[in-house]
Design a protein around this ligand. Sequence first.
Ligand SMILES: [Mg+2]
Length: 476
Amino acid sequence: MDVSQTFGHITSWEASPLFTPSRKSITLPPHDQKPAATRTSGSIILADANSFFAACERVFDPTLIGVPLVVLSNNDGCVVARSAEAKPIIPMGVPWYQVREMASERGVVARSSNYELYGSLSARMMHVMHHYFEHQEVYSIDECFLHSVKPIEDILTISRSMRAAVLQGVGIPVSVGIAPTKTLAKITNHWAKHDNGFNGVCAWDQLPDDVHDEILAQTPVDDVWGVGRRLMRKLVARGILTARDLRDADPIAIRRKFSVLLQRTVLELRGIPCVEDASNALDGFRKQQILCSRMFSRPVVGHTEIRQALSVYVQNACRRLRRQGCLASTVGIFCGVSPYASTQGETSMPYATAQLESPTDDPLVLMKVINEQLVSKVNPRTHYIRAGVILSGLVESRSYHPLEGFEARRDTHNIGSILDTATARFGQYSLGLGYGGIRGSGRKNEETGADWSMRREMLSPRCTTRWDEMPVVTAK
Ligand SMILES: [Mg+2]
């Protein structure tokens, strides 16, 4: 699942049309670090959760098991995830208000997206799987590539144990595809997930050649990892309709007509590994840019409320900056209008940035720069539906040693770490700077006291991250 494309507005794995994000990794909880294994040959094991968001909702609410379930985007706008039972009933991406009535008649249950819960369960799931194989690359919120040089029979046995351990320990069902390359592992995983005969674990090398051919012939070319819709049109025009057609295409001609990337895909489909690991959270991967943005529950006008929102976002961004041990050299803000508002002459405010005098991780310094240099660029009469803060030009805090007089403006009062400690103990937004500390009453409004905060009327409890939402189990 490409979360960065599906969920354009969420904080942890978000993407903005204003910049191109790199492939996202999640931050894993600290655990025994293994020495980084170098991949040479062997098998790629792709573990991918089944209907991940819906599965997360079911972990603490077993009454949802077997019920058609959908998860909605920010502000309860569109359907962004569906359980297997909901797939035949509700189309993906449909605006919720259009199908709400029909859905309730047919017993479909909806939930607001609960990113905190999904992120927490994802980290637990990755943590469990990390112990089973020599090397792990966390690829997205619900999938990771693992690697092993063990014999295939052993890998199958370990994969089955791993799958059972994730189901028992975290409550999330995962499917496992094992193949010599990542591209084939993706295809194998799809079959593991959708063909009950495999029981959730499928190994490419254990299938006969004619089944390989059959599987590739049944895979449309745009379902191949790395082939998008646009590329698909060009390939179809050349008579390449399926994964098998692409495998059998001349790699040199593909490179000449398309790109070296697609040539690698051809080779990967032939079982020759060409795609290296993009990044690995376990090897200390750090983001190059930190973005924090949200949609508002209603259009926001004027500098006061924009300032409130940016104050909340910059504190979130600073927390992530400190967590990865970095300082930011540049701070930027942006505000967006609804695409339907352009007829009224309202336009989004593109990304405005300010270069900091010296890199910093101090939320007070960053908020001061936003207030003094950037907020004035926001049109006070425009109705904005989202805003965000971007910290970039990140440098590693430990290795930043400038000349005397050019020192980094580090958070010497430790305000950031005091905020982090309070957050860990009392929950998010229990303490904050300026507007960031406003806490509303009641669960719906608790993110801040402001009524512009995101609408999530069907939000399930954040059982693993909030003390006050911990589930209560009663034995009878
Ligand atoms: Mg998945």
